[in-house]
Design a protein around this ligand. Sequence first.
Ligand SMILES: CC(C)(COP(=O)(O)OP(=O)(O)OC[C@H]1O[C@@H](n2cnc3c(N)ncnc32)[C@H](O)[C@@H]1OP(=O)(O)O)[C@@H](O)C(=O)NCCC(=O)NCCS
Length: 164
Amino acid sequence: MAVVTLRRATPGDIGYIMMVERLPGYDYFIGRLDADQHVQQLNDPAINYFIGEDEAGTPIGFTILSGLDNRDGNICIKRIAVAVPERGHGSRMLDAVVDHTFSTTPVHRLWLDVVKDNARAWKVYRKAGFKDEGVLREAAVMPDGQRADLVMMSMLRPEWAART
Ligand SMILES: CC(C)(COP(=O)(O)OP(=O)(O)OC[C@H]1O[C@@H](n2cnc3c(N)ncnc32)[C@H](O)[C@@H]1OP(=O)(O)O)[C@@H](O)C(=O)NCCC(=O)NCCS
């Protein structure tokens, strides 16, 4: 199986990240920031940006973690997206993000929320070992102005340890 590696993003990656954020249809599932907002976040010690790369070193997607400073060890996968969906890239990048986060930080609970209609992402998270925690009813406003439910999911350190 093709390996995905992670590297910390730099300001030079912001154009790539913004391109992926703006792929057709992605606005329904993920937020998008402008360049200044990304620069600000890149400089925030509580936030980590990663680029996922294939074996040739070509970027396949990005992820943003937040809450690195959380007192209780709750780190959030704030955003994850791949440039070409449905080729296994997202699953492999997510596995790399999970392993990297549990291996390199004191995180206890790695969490995320997903738009309930985003069946593809929900499937990928479940496959990676995330468990449903509950539903935030009508918590998100979609690009068309409609409200959507968010599903909270998490993986706890003992669950990660049992998988590895
Ligand atoms: C979510 C995302 C990162 C997943 O990455 P990906 O590379 O597309 O996913 P993969 O190819 O690794 O896996 C997709 C899985 O979903 C399944 N799937 C695809 N469409 C589906 C659907 N409508 N319902 C249920 N499962 C679906 C595929 O069969 C596959 O499962 P399998 O591995 O068991 O065959 C990617 O699709 C993406 O960037 N989407 C846009 C942004 C986004 O939604 N980000 C997540 C926000 S919470």
